[in-house]
Design a protein around this ligand. Structure first.
Ligand code: GAR
Length: 207
């Protein structure tokens, strides 16, 4: 049984999708053992309480720089004996010292079809605003392994979602979450826990 540690910064609907998938047996061979939030008081922490999942707050604003913050996160991951680390709406870019310690063991969900609308500055609603500005007809979500390149790691799963003419960023965000993120994130986590993901030459193969 693998230890899954989930990193959050906000509402935690992706965390909820993982909790629901765990409760309904979709995630085989893994358990969410701890949730770490970069902010106190966020709704994701309420979700952990309701489901008796242990949580820790490691507040970004209490650290002077990203390296010191990353060291604190790394210590916590080591203490938690994490087998898999999941960024579920985690809004801090960590120093590469963390990914180097957990190569191909950290995954992120991004609300677009990478390599579109990704990289530094593309997070949350901003991603959907840019997709609407560009006028794309399809967008979606991507789950990928985290590397030192922001949103640049090997892609595990993607799912496309239609963009409609009168979408607002908020409406599009909701559709992408419902139709893509909340489905592919639990699937990717389950595949990892079942040892079915193989990374070769920066590509992910599902066994
Ligand atoms: C989600 O749409 C997630 O994909 C996005 O933030 C939202 C968090 O929602 N993440 C990023 O943009 C990371 N680059 P949640 O807290 O309700 O899961």
């Amino acid at each position: 049984m693998k230890n899954i540690v989930v990193l959050v910064s906000g509402g935690g609907t992706n965390l909820q999708a993982l909790i629901d998938a765990q409760d309904s047996g979709i995630i085989k061979d893994g358990r969410i053992t701890c949730v770490i939030s970069s902010k106190p008081g966020v709704y994701a922490l309420e979700r952990t309480k309701k489901h008796n999942i242990r949580s820790r707050v490691i507040a970004r604003k209490e650290y002077s720089d990203v390296v010191e913050y990353s060291k604190a996160i790394l210590n916590a991951l080591n203490e938690e004996k994490a087998d898999l680390v999941v960024y579920a709406g985690f809004m801090t870019i960590l120093d590469e010292l963390v990914v180097k310690a957990y190569p191909n063991r950290m995954m992120n969900v991004h609300p677009a079809l990478i390599p579109s609308f990704c990289g530094k500055g593309y997070y949350g609603l901003r991603v959907h605003e840019e997709a609407l500005k560009k006028g794309v007809k399809l967008t979606g979500a991507t789950v990928h392994f985290v590397t030192e390149v922001c949103d640049g790691g090997p892609i595990i799963l993607q799912k496309a979602v239609e963009v409609l003419d009168d979408d607002t960023p908020e409406i599009l965000q909701k559709r992408v979450m419902e139709q893509a993120e909340w489905k592919i994130l639990p699937q990717a986590v389950s595949l990892f826990c079942e040892d079915r993901l193989e990374v070769r030459d920066d590509r992910v193969y599902i066994k």
